[in-house]
Unconditional design. Structure first.
Lengths: 463, 463
């Protein structure tokens, strides 16, 4: 049985690569409204592919988005599909997305980003790893069963969207509205929109959330010439720099009172689990290209990457940011920073702690300028129970295919859709990474290893 | 004699406005290379105007500028002109510029910026005050003598450039190379590229210099995702914010050791002079639109505007500066700030003080990132002797035309060309402002009052 499937998959490698090539060729960049027609075409291609396999396919209208110029633009439809509806079998729903981050050859790509190119067993192209190949892997798994006229061991549903890279606009509402229809018989949700930590296969059981803040300091009515006015006004930039400097210590400790109180204690059990994870601190350091990391010890480093909060200051809007010299006193500047959230932090509490802290340090400056603090994003962390049967099945699949134990890992980043699935559908979720640790998501020269890609097909078969 | 001239000037007001309208209509924005043809045309128009008046005109080639893409572009020629060469008369050289800052209606202009529009005695248009009308005023003064066939009381030279708004590229070299030719018989240099302080006419006897710094902090090889990497690296932005926060106190005191030691003491005589200057602190505060200024006392405020150093943080290059949210850890960020220079500060000393200070506070952070500090501009302050005959003549002219004593003022900004003229030609310089205090230089709705403009013609005649 399984051996037939494996043979089928092996025999169809070239066809799989060709399909991925066709998908990568579509510039489905969801951040660029001028590429929207390509995105619509991409969703149609996904629907068509699933329909040809005999699935019950729907392209769900999720409304429009408002553009900054006041006009509106249709969001790409969400593709849903169903294979099998046997009430005696569990139903698995695979989530994925087929939109991509922007890419241009000039950004530093060695190959044409939208022309899938194989070099030494790696398939280079925008969206190859994030997330087109993983989506196709889950599709090809069902296709193999269908082609061999074999019964699927589970009912399989797909939910494929086209706005993930810009915040999954419209998807939350769609999930909520289909809670008692599409999701009513779903038992498990699988997400393959993440990556391994090393060369060892991994299962992901947690992601950090994120609270993104704007701190706006407003002073003069308009930008002033720093020669003419400098020395007569308290400059908003001085105030902003001053308050941003109270967020985090030089060594990386968050200085906002209370923030760390809610962080779940790090247990001995966790310590042991982290200790076993395959992760080379030195290669990580070299890859990033810094002389020294914040922590040199593997467990400490992983813990601060996954299950401790951190502050990043992203930049300032309204100040002079171009190359060259400009002698301006910016009138209104907005500092942008975010705090990654971990269990048991609550964004509503963090919002109050940050706002209170900034207003308190600002008040001490006795500045005549005005401070406004606003939380723009408040995404909760997500954490799965690794003792759940879903993870046991995942571990077994990895063990069977690779003959190693899967590393149990977390993501430092935020995958808000996991949290939405959990909160709305109340189903169990597993993140089953297909992307390699060095796939260059969102970066230049994104790729998918043919070998890694191959694996998921196996896993898919074993569920 | 003088009355004929005054009548002539009065009779030709409409013609003067028409000429200014033609000049303002030329988008001679020197910061925009796509407008370079307009700038060349502007210089030709200036040359043509002076030639028609019978001047000995030259368009001096000052070479090319290198663009960031590696190509080069011819700088606009500098127009020089000469009227009279009587060895028994002193020779006055008028400096001005006819390039402008960028302007678009959308920036918030009430009128089309390149279509000179008269409203209630004000002529609105980009370059009206800075510096096209002042240049024309000095041209019309000589023109009136010529039209009436009257002898000029002095020999007059003009030096009109087209790159002032972007740093007078090429002009320093041109001045140096013509030291013993064009400048050999020049006795006095007049600059009208500044403004009054109030409604009372003024003469300007000093400008601040400027030291502009880039502080670059470099960490990872490339920008990182703040979710994936946040908590594992010491972020360059945190370091940069930390060191920028050590430059100036919340109340405006410069914290860099040694900086204030070189500042010339404020004498009682100066205090008295400042006390007499017409300047309303409250209107100044309202105009800027802040709740409170750095100093509420007139003398203190003017002193900190003109004759004390100040630090302005202009912005950061390399960080996220757009609207919206981006979860990035910028890999390399460059903070930009400048320190206004006053007598007896020396940019070379300031460079060392700032560099040492920043490296010292950076070292205390024990960061693995790299700091580079570079002084990009090091412009000295300029100060004239107000007891010089040139200023006595200026005061007399103002007194005769307006029947008030001229306020003796300084500029907080830097007019580097004044310092160059002084250092290279060793001639005496006077700054005779024509722009009104509320002309909105570099800003929206720039204008020139017809009344103020009229005045300089008078002054011109009296020299």
């Amino acid at each position: 049985m399984i051996s037939n499937l494996i043979k089928y998959v092996d025999d169809h490698q070239e066809e799989y690569v060709q399909t991925l090539r066709e998908w990568v060729a579509v510039e489905s960049d969801s951040s660029d409204v001028t590429k929207r027609a390509e995105l619509y075409r991409m969703m149609d291609m996904v629907g068509e592919k699933l329909r040809k396999m005999g699935g019950k396919v729907e392209l769900v209208d999720i409304g429009e988005e408002q553009l900054p110029d006041g006009s509106s633009l249709a969001l790409p439809k969400v593709v849903t599909a169903q294979f099998g509806s046997d009430v005696n079998k569990p139903t698995v729903c695979v989530y994925g997305h087929v939109d991509v981050q922007p890419a241009q050859k000039e950004d530093g790509w060695a190959t044409e980003p939208y022309n899938l190119t194989e070099i030494n067993g790696n398939l280079y192209g925008r969206g190859a790893s994030d997330n087109k190949a993983p989506v196709l892997a889950w599709i090809h798994a069902v296709e193999a069963f269908k082609a061999l006229d074999m019964d699927l061991p589970v009912n399989v549903k797909y939910l494929i969207e086209g706005m993930e890279e810009t915040g999954s606009n419209g998807l939350d509402a769609m999930i909520k509205s289909q809670k008692s229809t599409f999701f009513s018989d779903v038992d498990y949700i699988i997400i393959s929109d993440c990556g391994w930590l090393s060369k060892r296969p991994a299962l992901t059981y947690g992601t950090r959330g994120n609270c993104y803040f704007f701190a706006e300091v407003e002073g003069p009515k308009q930008d002033l010439h720093s020669g003419v006015y400098g020395g007569t006004v308290i400059e908003p930039m001085t105030d902003l720099i001053g308050i941003l400097d109270t967020l985090i210590s030089p060594s990386g400790t968050i200085l906002i009172p209370g923030i760390r109180d809610a962080v779940a204690p790090f247990s001995d059990e966790e310590w042991k689990m982290y200790q076993d994870i395959e992760f080379d601190v030195e290669s990580y350091r070299e890859k990033i290209g810094v002389e020294q990391l914040m922590y040199n010890n593997k467990v400490e480093l992983l813990a601060h990457r996954w299950r401790h909060p951190t502050v990043s200051i992203h930049g300032i809007n309204g100040a002079f940011s171009a190359p060259g010299t400009k002698t301006v006193i910016p009138a209104k500047v907005t500092g942008k920073f975010s705090i990654r959230q971990v269990p048991d932090m609550d964004p509503a509490v963090v919002e109050k702690q940050v706002t209170d802290h900034l207003h308190s340090v600002f008040a001490k400056r006795k500045s005549p300028n005005k401070l406004k603090v606003k939380m723009i994003i408040g995404a909760k962390p997500w954490l799965a129970d690794i003792k759940h049967s879903l993870y046991e099945a995942g571990k077994a699949a990895v063990k069977r295919v690779f003959n190693v134990d899967a590393d149990m890992i977390r993501e430092g980043g935020t995958i808000p859709i996991a949290r939405t699935f959990q909160d709305v559908t109340e189903k169990s979720i597993i993140m089953l990474p297909i992307g390699g640790f060095d796939d260059g998501l969102h970066s230049q020269n994104e790729k998918m290893s043919t070998k890694t890609w191959h694996y998921v097909l196996m896993c898919g078969l074993l569920y």
